[in-house]
Design a protein around this ligand. Structure first.
Ligand code: FEO
Length: 168
């Protein structure tokens, strides 16, 4: 049997379209985290910069996971446009607040993909997306915990707050 005939598209096209949008969103998140890492790096906020460099890598990893899944499922993964991101921030706290907003937005988008997969009986995509649902719970929780540290230590110098933040 020829490869072209053997290759079957198991992913539903509507799910594939949403997942391609999700790839773009994850790549945008990666670029946004890189800008945050740079801001922290320039100010020698050692823990915060390590945190955001790692986040930037992780988001790229999420995008690649979806990218490979789409192609494995017989669909067509689309390499997204290079995103434009904000590189100016008011404060470290503002960066973490932006980070939480970004994670909440990503979570909502994952839910949208998940609901679509379920509604069109695309079971393989639904199972694939379960990992992302759990991952988002963890990511939101991490940033919320960091913002709690800011609430507790709001008046301390920036570097002292940075020293108390996790690097990942
Ligand atoms: Fe891949 Fe933090 O969303």
């Amino acid at each position: 049997m020829k490869t072209a005939i053997r290759r079957q598209m198991t992913i539903h096209t509507e799910v594939m379209d949403l997942l391609n949008e999700q790839i773009a969103l994850e790549m945008h998140a990666s670029a946004a985290y890189l800008a945050m890492a740079s801001w922290c790096d320039q100010r020698e906020l050692v823990n915060s910069k390590a945190f955001f460099y790692k986040q930037a890598e992780e988001e790229r990893g999420h995008a690649m996971k979806i990218f490979e899944f789409i192609n494995e499922a017989g669909g067509a993964a689309i390499s997204p446009a290079v995103p434009v991101v904000n590189n100016e921030f008011e404060s470290l706290r503002a960066i973490f607040e932006t980070s939480l907003d970004q994670e909440i937005h990503v979570t909502q988008s994952i839910y949208k993909c998940f609901k679509k997969a379920r509604s069109v009986d695309d079971f393989a995509s639904e199972v694939f997306l379960q990992w992302f649902v759990s991952e988002q719970v963890e990511e939101e929780d991490t940033v919320r915990s960091i913002l709690d540290i800011f609430d507790l230590m709001g008046d301390m110098p920036l570097k002292m707050i940075d020293e108390r933040l996790p690097t990942a």
